[in-house]
Design a binder for this molecule. Structure first.
Ligand SMILES: CC(C)[C@H](C(=O)O)[C@@H](O)C(=O)O
Ligand code: SF4
Length: 468
């Protein structure tokens, strides 16, 4: 019998076009997503060399980072943002790439529209000039972010040069407690192993707690793989995956779907396959999580205290910790629970799918936001927005005093009109809490949609388990 293999190794081997000792592998790419930030120079490069796309049908474009989330039918006010989106429009028209532009029913954050359109499928290799491409790994595909020069490489050849990463398995056994959701799982893992703890690895998530998650929840976990340094993260496909994909716009349909599902069922790690590293956690130990610092690894259970300097291991960690807490305006050893927040941001490719909006609605239904808190709900895509309206979630949000906006990256990063003002605290369902991430001098607490909803109602960092 041949050597047992991990799912990652099987998929990688199936896509390697050429391998040479001491050089990166040439890997074939099934699906390429592009957005306005990392594609302009790639197209310029092609133009300079007089090269066309190897296969335009494999690439899909949408504007997300620079788009306003209000009045999308009007011209974009910010000059730079307008230029970026117009450039994407021009490039995709010139090179024959499908573009879901502002106002199109399929527009949205690139990592949200791929899965919902059935463009993201098990067994694929998927790239995008964006670090959170790891999201698509939730379908049992190898998905990772690439740089602009690599975007050009993929447009021109449908292949990429990559060194094979090491493999890590992270197993979460048992069942999650009440009020604990997938965002808490990933914030917990990153708090355990740090924001660089998986550097050089491609992670496979496994175990009963992962298996029991919906596709939306699995995407949240894979999305944040990059926040612990991993190249990407994946989850073997199963019935949950196949049910999610069935009937989606670009997925195989009818008999073709049934037969491909049979192939997808084979996509799993063999028993006894060896990983380079294995970590195991118990779901019962995971609580609602929140970050207090300026990297996603600086997270605690919402009821815990921020560490003290003495509790940290080395001097460099102590220095960055001190700087981080100064930025955040927080005291070492203090509690976050009860701390006032100014903004609540429910959005981003981490947590702006329909299920996230349903979670939020489950907490706020019939309630009102606290006075003085501004709450933005930014759906991840036009389809999510439509679905939310169909289900009447917009009424729940409006009655609570939340603002339901139009799709885009929004306040996940200060690249568009939606910014958190300097010094203000925002509890956010996004994935990064870096200095200035949500706007110059803004302060971010990363948390789950449930915890964000709870804070919207109370105006403070709250243990959501008291509300569910
Ligand atoms: C702008 C883009 C290149 C960037 C990324 O790669 O992730 C952004 O999406 C982010 O989340 O910081
Ligand atoms: S929502 Fe945030 S993390 Fe996701 S692609 Fe946009 S900017 Fe990046």
């Amino acid at each position: 019998m041949s050597q047992p293999k991990t799912l990652f190794d099987k998929l990688w081997d199936a896509h390697v076009v050429k391998t040479s000792e001491g050089y990166p592998d040439v890997v074939y790419i099934d699906r390429h997503f592009i957005h306005e930030v990392t594609s302009p120079q790639a197209f310029d490069g092609l133009r300079k060399r007089g090269i066309k796309l190897f296969n335009p049908a494999r690439t899909t474009a949408t504007p997300d980072h620079n788009v306003p989330t209000k009045d999308q039918h009007l011209p974009i006010k910010e000059a730079l943002s307008r230029h970026q989106v117009e450039t994407l429009r021009k490039n995709t028209a010139e090179f024959g790439v499908t573009m879901y532009d502002l106002g199109h029913p399929y527009q949205g954050i690139v990592h949200i529209i791929g899965p919902e359109l059935g463009l993201t499928l098990p067994g694929m290799t998927i790239v995008c000039g964006d670090s959170h491409t790891s999201t698509h790994g939730a379908f049992g595909s190898i998905a990772f972010g690439i740089g602009t020069s690599e975007v050009e490489q993929v447009l021109a050849t449908q292949c990429i040069l990559q060194y094979r990463p090491k493999t890590m398995r992270i197993e979460i056994n048992g069942t999650l407690g009440k009020g604990v959701v997938s965002k808490d799982i990933i914030l917990y893992i990153i708090a355990k192993i740090s924001a660089s703890g998986a550097t050089g690895y491609f992670v496979e998530y496994a175990g009963e707690a992962i298996r029991s998650l919906s596709m939306e929840a699995r995407m949240t976990i894979c999305n944040m793989s990059i926040e612990m340094g991993a190249r990407g993260g994946l989850i073997a496909p199963d019935e949950t995956t196949f049910n999610y994909i069935k009937g989606r716009k670009f997925a195989p349909q009818g008999a073709a779907f049934d037969s491909i599902v049979e192939e997808w069922r084979q996509l799993k790690t063999d028993d006894d396959a060896k990983y380079d590293h294995v970590l195991t956690y118990d779901a019962a130990d995971i609580a609602p999580m929140i970050t207090y610092g300026t990297n996603p690894g600086m997270g605690i259970k919402v009821t815990d205290r921020i560490p003290t300097i003495a509790e940290l291991n080395d001097i460099s960690e102590q220095n960055s910790f001190t700087k981080s807490l100064e930025y955040m305006g927080l005291e070492p050893g203090s509690q976050l629970l009860g701390k006032s927040v100014d903004y609540v941001f429910i959005g981003s490719c981490t947590n702006a799918r329909i299920e996230d909006l349903r979670l939020v609605a489950s907490i706020v239904k019939g309630k009102k936001k606290a006075a003085g808190v501004e709450v933005w709900v930014v759906p991840g895509s036009k389809q999510v927005e439509e679905q939310a309206r169909k289900e009447g979630l917009h009424t729940i949000f409006e009655e609570a005093g939340f603002e339901l906006r139009e799709p885009g990256c929004s306040a996940c990063l200060g690249m568009n009109e939606d910014k958190i003002p300097a010094g203000k605290y925002c509890i956010s369902t996004s994935n990064r809490n870096f200095e200035g991430r949500q706007g110059p001098k803004s302060r971010t607490f990363l948390a789950s949609p449930l915890s964000a909803a709870a804070a919207a109602i109370t105006g403070k960092v709250t243990d959501v388990r008291e509300l569910v």
